[in-house]
Design a protein around this ligand. Sequence first.
Ligand code: FES
Length: 111
Amino acid sequence: LSQEFVRVADSRLLREGEAVTVDANGREVLLARAAGRVYAVSNLCSHAEGWLEFGTVHVASCEIECPLHQGRFDLQTGAATAEPCIDPIPAYVAYEDDDGIYVETRSGDDA
Ligand code: FES
């Protein structure tokens, strides 16, 4: 599959330590900024459907903490890093340039 990217936000939308949800070609994606870099993962926690956009970004460890039961995920890989979360969440390739923030999309991929 070839990678395609869609522009999802202005860079100014996302400050250090913040998380926001955006629409990337119909897919709800959580953007978070940690140590200056932008990461993109699913907004839905794999434990019990908490919305990660209301959680806490841990900048030093590059994690997002779920607001419901304080489970955590690695923002880079989507791997669960703290209980009660066990299953990973989808992580997407994201990058930023002078124009804004971009997230990968693949047609036919519903993950
Ligand atoms: S719903 Fe996210 S930790 Fe339980």
